[in-house]
Write a protein that binds this ligand. Structure first.
Ligand SMILES: [Zn+2]
Length: 245
């Protein structure tokens, strides 16, 4: 091998090592109570318009949703955006949403490339992996807003309701979803009204609270007013996202 040339496998893993290093550095800075961020990310954000407050980020999300509801979403120029984002990203919001094919955050909020950091899994709940992803968004990418997005007629919620009602676990790994969603469903079963709708709402509330309170990264960012965590419900018929207070 020639001097200065890395083996192919090293080249392939280099970005992830860099990201992990930045993550570690940023985490240390947060533990120290600083606002120090990686110099490259701070000096040259690829999308300067995304350097906004948590409140402004929420307003931009909802304005994008308004356009989507009205059917006047802007057409993004992906060809122009791709090269700008090769060396980095600074999304203005992170979204924890369901994997449901009818709920696509980039479309729902009329966002372009590099705007939204999206974690999707059936039932939109925060497990260790989604927590870690959100910590990365906040600590390394300086994302100022996390939205937990539930939706009408969620199959994961309904499967959990059925499993608890029948006292029978679902097949395969679906049981892990049921275990995660069971607390919200149990609360909703104590209430009058539509159990599925209540459980969906409760699940969003529970996960907003979990993200806000999980240390050491997310809770510190909330306390320092660098991060806002909010919940919303996507309406399948209108496309409207109703924020939960
Ligand atoms: Zn769902």
């Amino acid at each position: 091998m020639k001097a200065g040339h890395s083996p192919t496998y090293l080249t392939k893993i280099a970005p992830s090592r860099r990201s992990l290093l930045l993550f570690a550095i940023s985490s240390v800075c947060i533990r120290l109570g600083d606002n120090i961020v990686d110099a490259k990310e701070a000096e040259a954000p690829p999308k300067p318009n995304n350097l906004i407050s948590p409140e402004a980020a929420l307003q931009r999300l909802m304005e994008g949703n308004d356009r989507y509801v009205q059917g006047v979403s802007r057409r993004d120029d992906f060809k122009r955006e791709r090269p700008v984002l090769v060396d980095g990203q600074n999304p203005y919001a992170a979204v924890l949403s369901c994997a449901d094919s009818r709920v696509a955050p980039e479309l729902v909020f009329g966002s372009g490339l590099g705007d939204l950091f999206v974690c999707r899994l059936a039932g939109n709940f925060a497990n260790d992996d989604t927590l870690a992803s959100m910590e990365y968004a906040v600590a390394v990418l300086n994302t100022p807003l996390i939205l937990v997005l539930g939706h009408d007629h969620c199959g994961a919620i309904d499967a959990t309701i059925k499993s608890l009602h029948d006292n029978k676990p679902p097949p395969g790994h679906i049981s892990s979803l049921v275990a995660a969603l069971a607390p919200a469903v149990e609360v909703s079963r104590q209430q009058t009204g539509d159990t599925s709708a209540e459980a969906t709402r409760q699940n969003v509330i529970d996960n907003v609270n979990k993200l806000k309170s999980t240390g050491p990264i997310l809770n510190a960012a909330v306390e320092q007013n660098r991060l806002k965590v909010v919940g919303g419900l996507y309406r399948l018929d209108t496309g409207r996202v109703d924020l939960l207070s």
